[in-house]
Design a protein. Structure first.
Length: 582
């Protein structure tokens, strides 16, 4: 039933939002949006459409949707994985990610909108939809008071999620606390970074007590009591990391530095993050969620990241299940591949590092052998050139030949990279859809590993880190030095959450020293292949002769890119202060 609601909604959602021009002001109402309010909230069944639309709009942040060619909700094409250095976008020069990789984000692109990972205006359209439900749900006659309170708590949770998504992208943002009338003052300035964080936490705290721990099968996908805990925990992690938690901002904003920086190094934020993440794990384990670990690392990790409704995923995006930007059977998902940088993050199964050739050619067989030595999380995430996907070993749909055919728009050659993108399709056979995991329990163990290390408690850091490594089949880490352990935790983030929309924000909020020299900016390398005599492209193993690691493009980096630009059209109205460097 819930799947049907979401499927029906997404058609309405695109027809109403993506086919219409944006409002002149980001807080203005959509024309005609209140015409049927009384009708919509006249019964429980009818109100579900408004609730489902709030979910669809709020939870798709960072997920590239089909048909969003107007950049309304975010990227027009490509994914955050392209911008983070996880995936090399080397074919389609018209994609937003291709442009940003090479030239950076800008406040006003050729269409007058910001070229960034976010549709800024759409954030407030989503928030307004949630408040529309909050302000009208009491009208529904066949809902109990308990149900009405729970629905309001769901909406407060979705609002908190959307503010947390803006918080990590922009810093402080305008705060609204209800739908606005035509007589309202729409010139709402940015709140400080601290005020934005406090607002997120307040929304989460407000929601927790009125949400259930679980739903029946027909309502899976709705936020439970644990989700505002997750949002709060994640927000506090971003608050504690160096980008925001510093005496001085990454670039000066003059008298407005408090929009992008706390202005002090507050060690207590790490302790607050620890408490929030421990709360998530206590709630999750008490309610049947777990790190899937049966002793089969490939199956366990594959299930955790790809199987719908598994016991590790706390919340997934269910409103559009066919997301072609990640699908290797579509040209948008099939014509780009894992970067060499990402490949080097994976360990061998014994926990040691793999060695790779440089720019000198080595045999294709050597490449295959080296990949076979890598840990299970690589094999669950990538299908290498000329080989059957490890995560679908018996399905022709996941053969090298079938996957190669997905990138024919600009011919197959050169699209293999370090591996085609198959992570979200473990044992999928011909299933092309998946549910993007928004909160997976593993995140909160790694949050604790990071936070405990920064708080000077390496024993607890190792305990949480090794929960994740154990599931991956890797030996435990015993290193207790803070700097070395920090790098090990950051590497674990890169491997465990490949393509799950973490890396793009992590590398910025950690302020990694190499961010301009190979991570996002600088020389970007990829795995490239020479084909066998008489071959100009590869389908099967015998089509390949050798491999090498070569530069494939030069990435752009400037310190302005730590945070995203607000659309210049909004800044020009005089009340929204632009982030520095744009």
């Amino acid at each position: 039933m819930k799947k049907l609601i979401y499927t029906t909604l997404i058609l309405v959602f695109f027809s109403q939002v993506f086919s219409c021009k944006l409002e002149d002001h980001f807080l203005e109402k959509s024309l005609g949006s209140d015409v049927n309010v009384d009708s919509i909230f006249s019964s429980k069944q009818k109100s579900l459409s408004a609730i489902a639309q709030a979910y669809a709009m709020s939870l798709q942040s960072g997920i590239t949707l089909r048909y969003d060619n107007g950049r309304i909700s975010g990227l027009k094409a490509g994914t955050l994985s392209h911008l983070s250095g996880e995936v090399n976008d080397v074919k389609f020069s018209w994609e937003d990610t291709y442009k940003i990789q090479r030239s950076g984000m800008v406040a006003s692109d050729s269409d007058g909108k910001a070229l960034s990972s976010d549709g800024f205006v759409f954030n407030y359209q989503s928030i307004r939809q949630c408040y529309l439900v909050i302000e009208n749900i009491d009208k529904v006659p066949d809902l109990t008071e308990v149900q009405k309170k729970s629905i309001k708590a769901e909406m407060y949770t979705l609002i908190a999620y959307r503010y947390e998504e803006m918080f990590k992208r922009y810093g402080g943002v305008p705060i609204i606390e209800g739908t606005l009338s035509v007589d309202s003052d729409l010139n709402i300035p940015r709140a400080t970074l601290r005020a934005t964080l406090n607002h997120i936490i307040a929304l989460c705290n407000k929601a927790i007590s009125d949400l259930p721990d679980s739903y029946n099968a027909s309502e899976k996908g709705r936020v439970t009591k644990g989700i505002p805990m997750c949002i709060k925990a994640e927000a506090l992690m971003y608050a504690a990391r160096p980008l925001f938690n510093s005496n001085m901002p990454y670039m000066s904003l003059g008298g407005n530095n408090n929009l992008i920086c706390f202005g002090t190094q507050d060690a207590s934020l790490w302790q607050q993050a620890i408490e929030a993440n421990e709360q998530v794990i206590r709630w999750a384990t008490a309610n049947g969620y777990q790190i899937i670990n049966t002793g089969n690392p490939l199956a366990d990790y594959g299930t955790a990241v790809a199987t719908p409704n598994n016991r590790e995923v706390l919340l997934a995006f269910k409103s559009q299940s066919f997301i072609e930007a990640y699908n290797p059977h579509s040209q948008p998902g099939g014509a780009n591949s894992m970067s060499y940088l990402q490949l080097t993050q994976y360990y061998k199964t014994d926990g040691t590092n793999q060695t790779w050739t440089g720019e000198n050619w080595e045999s294709y067989a050597t490449y295959v052998n080296k990949c076979n030595e890598l840990e299970a999380r690589f094999k669950a995430s990538a299908a290498i050139a000329g080989q059957q996907a490890w995560n679908n070993p018996s399905s022709h749909y996941w053969s090298s030949e079938t996957l190669a055919n997905a990138s024919t728009w600009e011919k197959r050659a050169g699209s293999e990279g370090a591996g085609r993108r198959v992570k979200f399709f473990y044992m999928a056979d011909t299933r092309d859809w998946f549910e993007f995991p928004l909160y997976r329990l593993a995140e909160f163990y790694l949050n604790l590993a990071e936070a405990y290390n920064e708080a000077g408690n390496p024993a607890q850091a190792l305990q949480n880190l090794n929960v994740i490594r154990s599931r991956a089949g890797l030996p435990n880490v015993t290193e207790t030095g803070q700097d070395v352990l920090r790098k090990l935790v950051q590497r674990e983030w890169a491997v465990e959450f490949y393509e799950e929309n973490h890396r793009y924000f992590d590398v910025k909020h950690w302020k990694l020293t190499d961010i301009a020299n190979g991570i996002i900016g600088g020389e970007k390398k990829g795995v490239v292949f020479e084909y066998a005599p008489g071959k100009s492209e590869g389908w099967n193993a015998w089509d390949y002769a050798s491999y090498a690691v070569k530069p494939v493009y030069t990435g752009y980096w400037d310190n302005s890119q730590y945070l995203e630009p607000f659309p210049q059209s909004e800044v020009n109205k005089g009340y929204l202060i632009q982030n520095p460097g744009y």
